[in-house]
Design a protein around this ligand. Structure first.
Ligand code: 5GP
Ligand code: ZN
Length: 114
């Protein structure tokens, strides 16, 4: 199966990992839509939010933990810009990589409404 995020996870493609835990890793988005645009990606391949968490609901705790650690690492709670967490699920909802990931976004770029 061809999957960019599995390739990043398996080091078939280079990636600068900014955080990781037993279930997830985080990188900066290659095509940022915000001043800070982080991707939180599951180690295990699953198509989307529901596919991932319906099989491993207990992993929601480690998802929250890595997300909170990134909010703290980049002082997003203190940032005037605030932040958003988005999981696009399905092509029509904007999902382009079919491997579960969340976007953590802070700070506007151009006219893009974060
Ligand atoms: P989606 O559109 O599926 O919600 O989000 C996929 C995101 O992955 C996009 O924002 C896209 O820019 C990002 N992306 C795609 N390929 C790569 C890559 O090879 N490296 C990184 N860092 N980001 C990627
Ligand atoms: Zn994958």
């Amino acid at each position: 199966m061809d999957c960019i995020f599995c390739d990043l996870k398996n080091k078939k493609m280079p990636a600068q990992i900014i955080a990781k835990n037993k279930d997830f890793f985080a990188i900066f988005d290659i095509n940022p839509k915000a001043q800070k645009h982080i991707l939180i990606i599951s180690n295990r391949h699953a198509e989307n939010f529901h596919d991932y968490f319906s099989k491993n609901p207990e992993n929601f705790k480690s998802f929250i933990e890595i997300t909170n650690s990134l909010i703290e690492k980049y002082s997003l709670s203190e940032s005037d810009a605030g932040y958003k967490i988005i999981c696009n699920s399905g092509e029509k909802a904007g999902q382009s990589v079919n491997h579960f990931h969340a976007h953590l976004l802070s700070g506007k770029i151009g006219n893009w409404q974060v």
